[in-house]
Ligand binder design. Structure first.
Ligand code: NAI
Length: 475
């Protein structure tokens, strides 16, 4: 499925015509061409700031150094002190940068975890304002704050509560050249999860994620810490439902790229398409309707045949049966509820009861921004996708102590067969109404799922991350 208008506007004739007519051209997003690298920011200038008394600046400086970035601090603002102290402590080199020195940084990271008053918020202005005019295309902005309930008093909570609004607005202002801006809410004591989250948000793996808030709250109790290695999913057995085509096929491919062995599940009627997708990645074909009463038991049996337990399950299979509620036949309600929600809950119950999950397993569910904003004609679909967001939150708590993390990805408009079926005008509006002025590709969802399924998301649990280019629908 392709966005023909975008393809045309990126051709040389299209660019000339757009320039002559004064039409904005959606940015060409820089996506990852290969798997996670050890030093993804080698040769990249990263400007970093932090308040003088930040308790997380040392972890931040260390993480950026691990990623290979050329660390710079700005001489013209208060953030200088916090970073210099942290760098000296961590024995990491930093150089001084000036806003008007002509050095362009394509990564800007600001730690405001210690912002505890209205006056402390001035750092946001001082750090970003002088630099935004010169940001190169596909730049990365990350602000680090605290999640709700993690600050010492009401005033500090208030200062932290400014950050989601700030980052969403900054993302809207800076998306025109493909720049993304996201907020990591780092819980005190969860610093070990920072490096992994930065590996995702500061690299092309997250090209279609902007204006989002991701809480990093610490690994589930019982989970072992794993240091970064290339191909981080080597030796892992991953189940992907709805893997024959679209987003599911892309998820299977990216999980395999990072080293996982994939069991691809799809309806028996789609076995030949599934076979082709799996043979391209050395995956295992599992024709199975996930609404079968014992689908979870069957998946456990397939994993056991391979001599293993399930390390990752991605509940991606989903359907739409759109009708205005007043015209909706009951079987359309039941069908959508069962495929998109009932099957996931049943399957997980059977896998958990049968102890079919491996140590430190990851469950990733696919929600939708339709479940956040609601859509006309989608009461059934939106109810299921909204439920998934509550489900991952609740299940992550219920599984506390078992070392299993549960998260969700909420895609926005993604170019697949599902969205190709949308009437043309609605489709064009849905595509363009985002900060990046385009729809996403299945690989964007696959990258986000793979992040959630890997040790990079060790500190993330119970969260839903939107991958939507900050689409206005669902905002
Ligand atoms: P798709 O229709 O292209 O693929 C879905 C796959 O699931 C198909 O291969 C289908 O055969 C399989 N499937 C459906 N029912 C099944 C069942 N009972 N048992 C086994 N397999 C079954 O859909 P797409 O676009 O790839 O969507 C994937 C997921 O992403 C879905 O959960 C969808 O709701 C969600 N999503 C997609 C968006 C988009 O823009 N394409 C936006 C938001 C969410």
């Amino acid at each position: 499925m392709a966005d023909k208008i975008l393809e045309y506007l990126h051709s040389s004739t299209g660019k000339q015509i757009a320039a002559a007519l004064g039409m904005p051209v959606p940015p060409q997003l820089k996506r990852a061409k290969a798997g996670y690298a050890d030093k993804p920011l080698a040769g990249v200038n990263a400007l970093v700031g932090a308040s003088a008394n930040s308790a997380t600046a040392a972890a931040l400086v260390k993480a950026l150094d691990m990623l290979g970035a050329n660390l710079k601090v700005s001489s013209d603002l208060a953030g200088l002190d916090g970073v210099k102290q942290a760098a000296a402590k961590s024995k990491v080199d930093v150089s001084i940068s000036q806003a008007d020195a002509g050095v362009s940084e394509s990564v800007l990271v600001l730690d405001v975890t210690s912002a505890a008053s209205v006056a402390d918020l001035r750092l946001l202005y001082d750090f970003f304002q002088p630099r935004l005019r010169r940001l190169p295309g596909n730049a990365r902005i990350v602000v680090i704050g605290r999640p709700r309930g993690d600050s010492k008093d009401a005033l500090a909570e208030t200062a932290q509560a400014s950050l989601p609004g700030f980052i969403r607005s900054l993302a809207k202002e800076s998306g025109k050249n493909g720049t993304t801006a996201n907020l990591i809410q780092l819980k005190s004591g969860a610093e070990a999860g920072l490096e992994g989250a930065l590996r995702y948000f500061l690299t092309p793996h997250s090209a279609f994620v902007t204006g989002q808030v991701l809480p990093v709250v610490g690994a589930p109790k019982g989970a072992k810490a794993v240091a970064f290695s290339e191909k981080p999913l080597t030796g892992k057995l991953a189940v992907v439902t709805g893997a024959a085509r679209g987003i599911g096929a892309a998820i299977a491919e990216v999980l395999a790229r990072e080293g996982a062995t994939v069991i691809g599940v799809d309806r028996p009627a789609d076995e030949s398409t599934l076979g082709a997708t799996m043979s391209a990645i050395g995956g295992i074909v599992c024709p199975l309707d996930i609404t079968e009463a014992d689908a979870g038991l069957k998946l456990a049996a397939v994993a056991a045949e391979r001599g293993g337990k399930i390390d990752i399950i991605v509940h991606n299979a989903g359907i739409t049966r759109d009708k205005m509620m007043r015209n909706m036949a009951s079987h359309l309600w039941d069908m959508v509820l069962d495929v998109n929600l009932g099957a996931i809950v049943r399957c997980n119950e059977q896998l958990l009861n049968g102890e079919a999950f491996g140590e430190g397993a990851r469950i990733v569910c696919i929600s939708s921004i339709g479940g956040i904003a609601g859509n006309v004609g989608q009461t059934n679909y939106a109810a299921t996708k909204s439920a998934v967001i509550g489900y991952v939150d609740a299940l992550s708590k219920e599984l506390s102590g078992k070392g299993i993390a549960v998260n969700a990805i909420a895609p926005g408009f993604i170019e697949t067969q599902m969205t190709a079926a949308i009437p043309v005008v609605t489709r064009e509006v849905a595509r363009r109404l985002s900060s990046l002025s385009q729809g996403g590709l299945p690989v964007d969802i696959a990258e986000a799922v793979t992040f959630m399924a890997s040790p990079l998301a060790a500190g993330v649990n119970g969260a839903t991350l939107r991958v939507c280019g900050q689409n206005l629908v669902g905002a």
